[in-house]
Design a protein around this ligand. Structure first.
Ligand code: UD1
Ligand code: UDP
Length: 366
């Protein structure tokens, strides 16, 4: 590496981080002042939760795969910190880049901050107000030890100011997931529709993986009861997260209607956006999928009690239905009768990746 190039280490580990990092990595590759090394913690490791995103989205092969795998919060985060520290001490990066709110984010952030390495957080400032969510703890801690806070929305910016973060550390970038949706939309793998025998606009797409739903038998049962009921009216396609698969198996879940409640394995990003573009509506507890519903003009039933993406709820594009069967069915009927007219641009102009790289350049050459 040329001695005057800056070195950025990017920490990723979970599915949504591969998608977010794909956007910024593409821009970093185009810049002549920087070398990026990707560090994969191994939090997600099944090929359909990890490798497929690197190959399909052309993400640089990680320089390190720490192969930490699954575990309790303390074990997983602790093992990650130990392994990440070794990498940082060896590589001596100028900057560490972390994304979102997973345990990989927190581990990378804490190690960088304690080694006094410049730390940049992409998708900063989001808050649900619910500290029982592991993600909320990860976000708050990461934001408060970061030097550069890239916020996707003005609400996120306000949240940081409210918590006393320095105004000068906050940069409005817009949302990197919007960049991804725009860039990959024309490359979507629509074959999945014919493979599953689905007609455009005639199915509901669902995803469920949040701990608050999977780890509560009552919530999980209520959500699946609602999906089974909806399957009497519309085909339901559910690409199942491995966490949810494990917990359903533990509960001896039997699919009451496999013909119309189609539970499949996790799909690739290009398959996922094909499903999102072509479905009638979405039901999800995913943060990323709520935004993609908006990017592709699909109403969204959110299977949570609160959301970080409040602007979508305020605009009437997204309804919070908790894990409440009646509320889920009511939201479905509402959206089937009143399809919202999608307007506005809540998440920037699709140039978040470029803005982030420009700001990093300015900060690291100040
Ligand atoms: C993690 C993030 C969550 C994010 C989600 C994205 C934390 C605390 N949570 O949740 O914020 O929304 O990723 O998908 O970081 N498993 C496999 N194979 C894999 C990965 C996981 O079988 O490749 C199973 C294991 O049983 C594991 C469980 O899924 O125990 C949970 O995985 P983990 O990475 O701990 O959390 P997620 O629920 O995936
Ligand atoms: N996604 C995917 N395949 C799937 C389910 C989701 O490619 O089977 C993508 C989805 O399009 C979005 C991201 O994964 O870009 C969201 O990740 P996830 O729901 O796991 O996590 P969250 O966003 O809730 O943290």
């Amino acid at each position: 590496m040329s001695p005057d190039k800056k070195k950025i280490l990017t920490i990723v580990g979970a599915r949504p981080q591969f998608i977010k990092a794909a956007v910024v990595s593409r821009r970093l590759k185009q810049a002549d002042w920087v070398q990026e090394i990707i560090v994969h913690t191994g939090q997600h490791y099944d090929p359909e939760m990890s490798d497929i995103f690197f190959s399909e989205m052309d993400i640089p092969t990680p320089g390190y795969n720490l192969e930490i795998g699954s575990g309790s919060h303390g074990t997983q985060t602790g093992k990650m910190m130990q392994a990440i520290e070794e990498v940082f001490l060896k590589e001596k990066p100028d900057c560490v880049l972390v994304y979102g709110d997973t345990n990989s984010t927190l581990a990378g952030a804490l190690v960088a901050a304690k080694l006094h390495i410049t730390l940049a957080h992409v998708e900063s400032g989001l808050r649900s107000g619910n500290k029982k969510m592991p993600e909320e703890i990860n976000r708050i801690c990461t934001d408060h030890v970061s030097d550069l806070l890239f916020v996707p929305t003005d609400t996120a910016r306000q949240n940081l100011l409210h918590e006393g973060c320095a105004k000068s550390s906050i940069a409005m970038s817009g949302d990197v997931m919007y960049d991804a949706a725009l860039f990959y939309a024309t490359k979507s793998n629509d074959d999945i529709l014919s493979e599953l025998g689905l007609k455009p606009q005639c199915f509901l797409l669902a995803t469920i993986h949040r701990a608050e739903n999977t780890d509560s038998p009552q919530r999980l049962d209520a959500i699946f009861a609602a999906l089974a009921e909806l399957a009497h009216e519309i085909d339901v396609v559910l690409p199942l997260h491995p966490r949810t698969k494990r917990l359903l198996a533990e509960r001896n879940f039997q699919n009451p209607n496999p013909e119309r409640l189609r539970i499949i394995g996790p799909v690739s990003y290009l398959q996922m956006i094909a499903l999102e573009k072509n479905c009638a509506l979405i039901a999800t507890d995913s943060g990323g999928v709520q935004k993609e519903a908006y990017f592709f003009g699909r109403p969204c039933i959110t299977l949570r009690d609160e959301t970080e993406w409040v602007e979508l709820v305020n605009a009437g594009y997204n309804r919070l239905a908790e894990a409440n069967k009646d509320k889920i069915l009511a939201a479905y009927r509402h959206f089937m009768k009143n399809k919202p007219e999608f307007k506005g641009s809540f998440y920037g102009k699709g140039d978040a990746g470029q803005l982030i790289v420009s700001r990093l350049h300015a900060y690291l050459h100040r």
